[in-house]
Design a protein around this ligand. Structure first.
Ligand code: UTP
Ligand code: MN
Length: 510
């Protein structure tokens, strides 16, 4: 292929133009440039700064309110927007152009600022004006308050589906990008009705914007609609819906032509213990758990905990602590105010539950976290090392727990009522329950880590690392600058260590 030569703008004569002369001071007073060093590199930035100044451009060393043009090289619009938001540029400043290096190069050739064309802009080419208003939505989800009142469910459902699909395809990076975009929309106070309302918002990449535009223009995203019909996607969803089956296993089976539960059962594959339980209780486990069911399970677990260790405490975490009305499982955190008393607690609780016939399945993993050995930086993002029990509860159906349901009994002449006992329906259902035991000294970190949402947690860790040189996980917070652990006995203290405003659980639904 013949490389495209950059077209020289008529009338330009860059070599002769102003070479050797004193820099003409500020020939274009209304244009104030800032060259972003990120990915451009310090030496190239210094070279381009010199070049620009020789041509009579004002090039600033640091970013400020008065900058009119930000010049970037090899950065995506999304990356630059994130950087820009971290600059806390107030609204109402000068209109700002976010431009690719091509605008700078062409302007140098032309000897004057060339008009800003769509191809120079980093992002939002669909917007007519070049102006980008920086909105006040902060870029990290943990800096925002996200309640369950979502004004943009149509858009966020579509983006979440794409995120889920990316995760099912083992493309976590793409998944996170869609999740971040969805989270920004969840935090908006109003429904989005046109693309211009998205100007200046962080985390909205090109792909997410395309999906949003499709929905706003056509009522639905063609990409999402065709994904929903895609056989491979449907098969991945069914198979990963089996407890104990991840994206890789599902894909291996799909390659063998297994697309349904029926085909899996008849495939002759030896399933591990998790997967056997997953197949056996498939329908129940894919039925959302209600808050009432979570409360009923909390009562049972609390009874177990108090029976085996009277001083121990239990807290409902996960989505239900954030106020969700349904969940895919129920999460509990157990601790004892006397450090050390939590040791051996899990096996006792599990034995108690088993002896009472509450467990259909359980797998307990031991606590393997040792601060002195591991340090928080050693633990990968959302893996923790608490003593943990993955279980499947056998929960009596609501009508079996409390008031029974009655219907008129036609066989009785007095027109009395008979209890409903649907034929073939079992009187209980299976529910996934996660039990986690934390030493009291790590309780605040465990509580924060297990309350979610997953994106909120991920963003807390990202902010800790990228903005604070700290390392956060469900066990501890380490400050790399001070080279010490920062202790906390409450979630509030952890937010304070991170320089964040406290966000209560009900507003962590990012
Ligand atoms: P869940 O997966 O249970 O999510 O993890 P959820 O928010 O409760 O949502 P549903 O309603 O059940 O679908 C709860 C929290 O526990 C953390 C997750 O990061 C999330 O914040 N978690 C989960 C861990 O820290 N480690 C794990 O191994 C699993
Ligand atoms: Mn949960």
């Amino acid at each position: 292929m013949v490389p495209l030569k950059r077209r020289r703008v008529a009338g330009s004569n860059s070599e002769a133009d102003g070479a050797g002369e004193a820099p003409p001071p500020a020939r274009f007073p209304r244009v104030l440039l800032f060259l972003l060093e990120r990915k451009m590199g310090a030496s190239r930035r210094a070279f381009l700064t010199q070049l620009g100044r020789r041509k009579g451009f004002r090039v600033e060393e640091s970013f400020s309110q008065s900058i009119t043009h930000v010049i970037c090289e090899n950065n995506s619009g999304d990356e630059v927007r994130t950087w820009l938001n971290s600059q806390h540029r107030a609204q109402g400043g000068a209109p700002l152009h976010l431009l690719d290096i091509s605008w700078f190069t062409e302007s140098m050739h032309a000897g004057h600022p060339v008009p800003v064309l769509d191809r120079h802009k980093l992002q939002e080419q669909q917007i007519d004006e070049a102006e980008v208003v920086v909105c006040s939505v902060p870029s990290y989800a943990c800096q925002r308050r996200t309640t369950l009142d979502n004004n943009n469910t149509i858009l966020t459902d579509a983006l979440s589906l794409l995120a889920e699909n990316a995760e099912l395809c083992d493309q976590d990076g793409r998944g996170v990008a869609f999740r971040r975009a969805a989270a920004v929309l969840k935090a908006l106070p109003k429904a989005v009705t046109c693309m211009t309302q998205l100007r200046g918002l962080p985390c909205l990449g090109e792909h997410s914007l395309r999906v949003i535009k499709d929905i706003l223009d056509n009522g639905a995203s063609s990409e999402v609609e065709s994904l929903k019909q895609c056989e491979r996607y449907k098969a991945r969803k069914v198979l990963t819906g089996v407890f104990g089956v991840g994206a890789k296993t599902a894909d291996r089976w799909i390659r063998e032509g297994i697309h349904t539960l029926h085909q899996l059962r008849n495939s002759g594959h030896t399933l591990n213990r998790d997967q056997q339980a997953g197949v056996e209780h498939y329908d129940d486990l894919n039925q959302p758990v209600s808050k009432a069911e979570a409360d009923a399970i909390e009562e049972i677990v609390a009874k177990a905990v108090v029976s085996v260790s009277p001083g121990a405490q239990i807290t409902l975490t996960g989505g239900f602590r954030r106020g969700k009305l349904t969940g895919h499982d129920v999460d509990f955190l157990i601790t004892h105010p006397e450090e050390g008393m939590e040791e051996g607690l899990m096996s006792k609780v599990v034995s108690w539950l088993e002896s009472q016939g509450f467990l259909l399945y359980q797998k307990t993993t031991r606590n393997s976290y040792l601060e002195s050995k591991d340090g928080p930086a050693r633990i990968t993002s959302n893996m923790d090392r608490f003593e943990r029990c993955f279980s499947i509860f056998k929960l009596a159906k609501e009508d079996k727990r409390e008031e029974k349901q009655f219907v008129p009994d036609v066989s009785r002449e007095d027109g009395g009522l008979a209890e409903i006992k649907p034929a073939g329906h079992k009187p209980w259902r299976a529910v996934r329950v996660d039990l986690v035991v934390s030493p009291f000294s790590q309780f605040a970190f465990a509580l924060l880590g297990w309350t979610g949402s997953k994106l909120f947690e991920r963003e807390l860790r990202r902010l800790a690392g990228q903005e604070k040189a700290m390392s956060l996980n469900s066990h501890a917070l380490y400050d790399s600058t001070q080279q010490r652990y920062l202790r906390a006995t409450s979630e509030q203290e952890i937010f304070a260590h991170l320089g964040l405003e406290y966000i209560p659980p009900s507003e962590r639904n990012a």
